[in-house]
Write a new protein. Structure first.
Length: 318
């Protein structure tokens, strides 16, 4: 769809299942040169109103009176430049849906990783705006929103600068995530081994197949990973039951993408913080080995690496 550039969406119907953990560790693995096909920069889109990726990678500012954070003023902003005065110096992921220009931020994680952060207040404003669209306006406005993200990915300048874009999605399928399903090349879905999460996976997979069969995509989205997360070996009866439900699904795309479960470990207490962050909460030991294997398997599925080839080990622990 975009030459050699991959657009990977990390998505699930419910929050708190490990989307940001997987998104940031995938970005870090690529930035450290451990995914050989990724040679350029990596861009993260944070569309999640929890804003965990943005808070991990940027010095976000608390918005008074609102349970949300705002990005810092962009380093490229010049208050003496008339064009920049109109811009205001802040760039967020949701700006694309308004048709505004965007300017990604460098991050604390790696000089190869950039981010378009989430603005919690703007996401809420966007949701309120779209909920009030009249039927007479609906078709034109919705179609414009649906095309903005894909149009960004198709820009030659974007493909020249990045060869991996990772999208940390909000929970569910809605007006924010539907355009993502239209433009993503690959999809990663973390699943908790709980009844609501397995049901949520089935629901979101139906939506994905609807988009694949809608004629709105040039090619079907590739399911690069279904990741059973927070598996507790002390609860083998319960968690094992839901793991078997996933394994029993007959769709060959799901069978190919279903990865080994990630166990609950003390190292995962702050799961959304990735390895290598400038904090004291990076993954180590068994937790790091589990995440290494998961990232290896996702990368193999993304780039169609044959199983007979020996995959390069992703050693994400310093």
């Amino acid at each position: 769809m975009y030459g050699n550039m991959k657009v990977v969406a990390v998505m699930m119907e419910k929050g708190g299942v490990g989307k940001t953990t997987l998104a940031l560790n995938l970005a870090l693995a690529a930035a450290e040169g451990l995914i050989p096909k990724v040679k350029k920069k990596i861009l993260i889109f944070d569309f999640d109103d929890q804003q965990n990726a943005s808070c991990a990678l940027l010095g976000m500012r608390e918005i008074p009176g609102v349970k949300a954070w705002a990005p810092p003023i962009h380093p490229a902003y010049d208050p003496d430049d008339p064009e920049d005065i109109e811009w205001g110096g802040i760039s967020t992921s949701i700006d694309l849906y308004y048709g505004n220009p965007v300017c990604p931020y460098e991050t604390t994680l790696s000089d190869r990783i950039e981010i378009l952060p989430s603005d919690g207040a703007m996401l809420k404003s966007f949701e309120d705006r779209t909920s009030k669209i009249s039927e007479s306006q609906e078709e034109g406005v919705f179609e414009s929103i649906m095309n903005e993200l894909k149009s960004f990915m198709e820009q030659p300048d974007v493909q020249e600068l990045y060869d991996l874009i990772i999208i940390d999605c909000p929970p569910g399928v809605n007006l924010i995530t539907t355009p993502i399903l239209r433009c993503a090349t690959d999809l990663v879905i973390p699943v908790e081994l709980e009844p609501w999460s397995v049901t949520g996976f089935r629901n979101i997979w139906k939506e994905i197949e609807n988009v694949n069969n809608s004629g709105l995509r040039e090619e079907p989205i590739n399911l690069a990973g279904v990741v059973p997360n927070k598996y507790d070996p002390r609860m083998t009866t319960v968690h094992g039951q839901y793991l078997e439900q996933l394994r029993s699904l007959k769709d060959p795309k799901i069978k190919k993408a279903l990865l080994d479960p990630i166990q609950i470990l003390t190292e995962f207490k702050t799961q959304w913080l990735p390895l290598g962050t400038p904090r004291k909460t990076k993954l180590t030991g068994k937790a790091a080995k589990q995440m290494n294997k998961t990232i290896i398997d996702i990368a193999k599925n993304m780039y169609s690496v044959k199983k007979k080839r020996k995959a390069k080990k992703l050693d994400l622990v310093n």
